[in-house]
Write a protein that binds this ligand. Structure first.
Ligand SMILES: [Zn+2]
Length: 113
């Protein structure tokens, strides 16, 4: 498989994963059927970061990345969404595909002590 195809696939996968979490979050927190304005903004921002990421080929997930290209305020929002939706997704989807989410949550917990 060529690098470009793999890159493209990873970008799509990462977007899809984030979409799912964002939808769960928005539905429960904002009582919105479709993504609300605030969440659409977050989605837009995250999509751009994913597309620009130099490590898309082999990193676990943006929020877990060392480079931290997210603005502080956005990063906090994204982490909140992941924490809220990540555990809920465990019941619907194979754990394997969302391993990065749990890795990140675990990492955060460890850091906090
Ligand atoms: Zn929302």
């Amino acid at each position: 498989m060529s690098i470009n195809i793999k890159k493209h696939k990873n970008i799509l996968k990462e977007k899809k994963t984030f979409d799912k979490m964002l939808k769960i979050y928005c539905k429960k927190k904002h009582q919105s059927k479709e993504l609300c304005k605030e969440c659409l903004e977050i989605q837009n921002y995250v999509y751009k970061r994913i597309e620009m990421c130099p490590f898309i080929l082999n990193k676990p997930f943006c929020a877990y990345c060392k480079i931290q290209c997210y603005k502080k305020e956005m990063k906090e929002k994204v982490i909140k969404i992941m924490k809220f939706s990540g555990p809920k997704m465990m019941f619907r989807t194979p754990i394997q595909s969302f391993r990065h989410v749990f890795q990140m949550i675990k990492y955060k917990r460890k850091k906090r002590g």
